[in-house]
Design a protein around this ligand. Structure first.
Ligand code: NDP
Length: 330
């Protein structure tokens, strides 16, 4: 089957030459293993970090080896005794047509309960990131005015909707195009939204947040974080989820200039990694799964067809070509 390998490590923005698409033999599963025919895979910002060398919270991708990431596919052979041929499973070996897995790393999903891609989005790691970041890390309460960046993306669009559904008096989002701003205002029920490319973030946020901000869900870093620190109310909280503005910048500029406001306003900025919170998955499926079934929460997906187009989909996502979750059918 086809697989996408890391041909070389990018510096700054990845280029096509950093990827290699090649045919690999399909091996039968050994004891404890499972062979899956992948149908759909996720492209995520954290994959850019795994293309770099050096220590981080997940191991780096190896040059010459296939990339990895969330995928859903059909079991074609099982040597673990845990799965049946024909079942759909979610697992961590995307970027390839056939995945040979440790059966412990796969989980059965129900194709009748939700589209397969949703298990890579709202009902998977992405949904859990929004849920844990907003409710556990930022400690959201129904009094909190919420600001979220990359708000039309996979995580951000769920954060805004979850805050609204739990009773936030005002949900504010920023995104990178007029179409995305319209989507936030008209389809997702945000109270205010702006295009960060239209002018300084701090000025646009000040106009959108006349009563300040209590919780900032940070997907971006840089000038977004600086603006949020300016507009946060006393005892405001920041869930530090990501810093997508700097993933392709080899030498990111220095951080916020207004750090002393963290002191004077008694702010709390707290980072988190979703993998630490798998125990919250049942709560996500119960509460957010319920909103999804009732039609109170929407999940949008941007789907690119064909494994050969996966590198372009990945780069397109980093450039902002997605609304909602970016996925690739295989
Ligand atoms: P998204 O679907 O939000 O896609 C990334 C988006 O980032 C793009 O659509 C683009 O939208 C925006 N973006 C790109 N460059 C910039 C920039 N320079 N300034 C502002 N926005 C930019 O991805 P995810 O929802 O999967 O991830 C969102 C964030 O959450 C990322 O930072 C990611 O690393 C983080 N994350 C963290 C996890 C954790 O455990 N801590 C787990 C999962 C995700 P636009 O058009 O608006 O620019």
């Amino acid at each position: 089957g086809l697989e996408v390998r890391l041909a070389s490590r990018p510096r700054g923005w990845p280029i096509p030459e950093n990827f290699d698409i090649a045919e690999a033999p399909v091996e039968p599963p050994g004891p404890g293993q499972l062979l899956v025919h992948n149908e759909i895979m996720s492209v995520d910002p954290y994959m850019r970090g795994r293309m770099n060398a050096g220590p981080s919270y997940v191991p780096s991708f190896e040059v010459g080896k296939p990339l990895e990431g969330g995928a859903v596919g059909e079991v074609v052979a099982d040597a673990s005794g845990r799965f049946q041929v024909g079942q759909k499973v979610v697992h961590p070996l995307g970027w390839r047509e056939y995945a040979l897995l440790d059966a412990k790393s796969a989980r059965v999903v129900d194709p009748d309960a939700a589209p397969l891609g949703s298990y890579l989005g709202v009902l998977g790691m992405v949904g859990l990131t929004a849920y844990v970041g907003l409710f556990d890390v930022a400690g959201f309460t129904p009094r909190d005015i919420v600001f979220v960046s990359a708000a039309a993306g996979a995580v951000g669009s769920l954060v805004g909707q979850m805050a609204r559904l739990r009773g936030s008096p005002r949900v504010i989002g920023s995104a990178g195009s007029a179409e995305k701003v319209r989507y936030l205002n008209e389809e997702l029920g945000f109270d205010a939204a702006f295009n960060y490319k239209d002018g300084p973030v701090v000025e646009q946020l000040r106009a959108a947040a006349p009563d300040g901000v209590d919780v900032y869900f940070d997907n971006v870093g840089g000038d977004h974080l600086e603006a949020a620190i300016d507009l946060l109310n006393e005892h405001g909280r920041v869930a530090c989820c990501g810093a997508v503005a700097q993933y392709n910048v080899p030498d990111p500029p220095p951080g916020p200039h207004n750090m002393f406001k963290i002191v004077t306003k008694r702010l709390a900025l707290r980072g988190f990694i979703v993998g630490d919170s798998a125990r919250r998955m049942p709560d996500l499926l119960h509460e957010v799964g319920g909103w999804l079934r009732d039609g109170r929460l929407r999940e949008r997906q941007t789907v690119v067809n064909g494994l050969r187009n996966a590198p372009d989909a990945f780069l397109g996502m980093l450039r902002g070509e997605n609304i909602g979750k970016m996925l690739v059918t295989i």
